[in-house]
Design a protein around this ligand. Structure first.
Ligand code: ADP
Length: 398
């Protein structure tokens, strides 16, 4: 029996959604409401056949969800609200509580709220999204899908920071990792495409977008990941620095009299590709500038690739080898140049990319003689969310 499942991603001023027919995974409608709370919010709705776009004032998330549900009915995408069989919500932080997605109930809501301390910008707005849907669709089950849950399989040696113990014991400061839904989806898809159980593979996933993270997967479990206590750490990103010498922070704070919030903004919003190139946070813009001869843009691209290579290298050491490397996210899925730069000179590992397949964004881009498979897999977090709703709220596999 097929079900209509809604996958929701609520941000501070936006609401992204997909309505999927499951278990087929058929996209019925997707959309985005942007600039919620501002004078001119923009509502975009798309079905495979049609697109609607309009601008209007939307005061808050409650109004946004109400409007979205009304539009689904008025555009005859659903006949009534009862057509929606389940709702899945992306939630940023599940702390050490959630090792898997969870059915939304009072306990789940209380925990998400408690964990807001660890993700103050995201968990509260995710919670708001869940509550608004619960009010408008009181009889429809919902599931919270956590960015961190997939990484709860990390060993202590991968998640403990070498700080005084009480920071972990009393404040929960440890590596959590993010992008878990994407890492899980693309690694499962790879195993399916290869016809091999994921448990038999040693995989590194490179999720490269505005935010980027890597994940090492062994015996089907995440065993390491590059983002940490927050999504700032690890590889270099669009505007985030990734790992740097931590002493730089107090040094800059003292020299420039910056507050912790200002330092946070510097590292999260002004660094990475943008900071080094001085051109843009967007990989395509930086590529263009590099091609036009801008040396800092060229350096930014090199740094981006080198930091990823270093991380992949450490994961190969940890896993004792590598069977497959996966590229996903806007950059990973589309930039042949990024993939080539990351995979250069790895024949000693048995990894070689076929440049023609790479240029075509083929699913498998390794050379025929390469022992290590190199895959380009489009991520689909919404489908993973919908599958979790089917499994957890409706007891059906998808
Ligand atoms: P987010 O982390 O916000 O979800 P995306 O996964 O959408 O980000 O990735 C955005 C990044 O992908 C941008 O840096 C963008 O320049 C890059 N990107 C998208 N398409 C291409 C392309 N064809 N070639 C190179 N980079 C691309």
């Amino acid at each position: 029996m097929s079900h209509k499942i809604m996958a929701i991603n609520a941000g501070s001023s936006s609401l992204k959604f997909q309505l999927l027919e499951m278990p087929q995974g058929r996209l019925l409608c997707q959309g985005l409401i942007e600039r919620i709370g501002m004078a001119e919010a923009q509502v975009t709705l798309k079905t495979p056949e049609q697109k609607w776009q309009e601008t209007q004032r939307i005061a808050d998330h409650r109004e946004a969800v109400t409007l979205l549900l009304e539009k689904l009915i008025s555009h005859q995408i659903i006949a009534s609200l009862q057509d929606i069989d389940g709702v899945g919500h992306r939630v940023a932080h599940g702390g050490e509580t959630f090792r898997d997605s969870a059915l939304v109930n009072d306990h789940t809501l209380a925990e998400i709220e408690r964990l807001a301390e660890l993700a103050p910008l995201h968990n509260p707005v995710n919670l708001l999204g869940i509550n608004v849907f619960r009010q408008l669709l009181p009889a429809t089950p919902s599931v919270a899908v956590f960015d961190t849950a997939f990484h709860q399989t990390l060993d202590e040696s991968a998640y403990i920071y070498p700080l005084p113990w009480r920071y972990y014991a009393e404040m929960g400061i440890r590596r959590y990792g993010f992008h878990g839904t994407s890492h899980k989806y693309v690694s499962a898809t790879l195993a399916e495409k290869l016809g091999v159980p994921l448990s038999a593979l040693r995989v590194v996933v490179c999720h490269l977008g505005n935010g980027s993270s890597l994940c090492a997967i062994k015996e089907g479990r995440s065993v390491n990941t590059s983002m940490g206590f927050t999504p700032l750490s690890g590889v270099m990103m669009g505007t985030r620095s990734g790992d740097i010498d931590p002493s730089i922070l107090p040094w800059i704070a003292q020299r420039e009299g910056k507050t912790p919030q200002e330092i946070n903004q510097l590292l999260n919003g002004e660094s990475g590709l943008l900071g080094v190139s001085g051109v843009s946070h967007d990989y395509r813009d930086v590529e263009q500038a590099a091609d036009a001869g801008n040396p800092r843009a060229a350096l930014a691209l090199t740094l981006f690739a080198e930091r990823i290579r270093a991380t992949i290298g450490s994961y190969i050491m940890q896993m004792g080898g590598l069977d497959a490397l996966i590229f996903t996210g806007g950059i990973g899925e589309n930039s042949a140049r990024a993939r080539a730069a990351i995979c250069r000179d790895l024949q000693f590992l048995g990894l070689k990319v076929d440049e023609e397949k790479n240029q075509h964004n083929a699913t498998f881009i390794q050379d025929d003689n390469s022992v290590v498979k190199v895959a380009v897999i489009n991520t689909n977090e919404e489908l993973t969310i919908a599958r979790d709703v089917m499994r957890i709220a409706l007891n059906e596999t998808a």
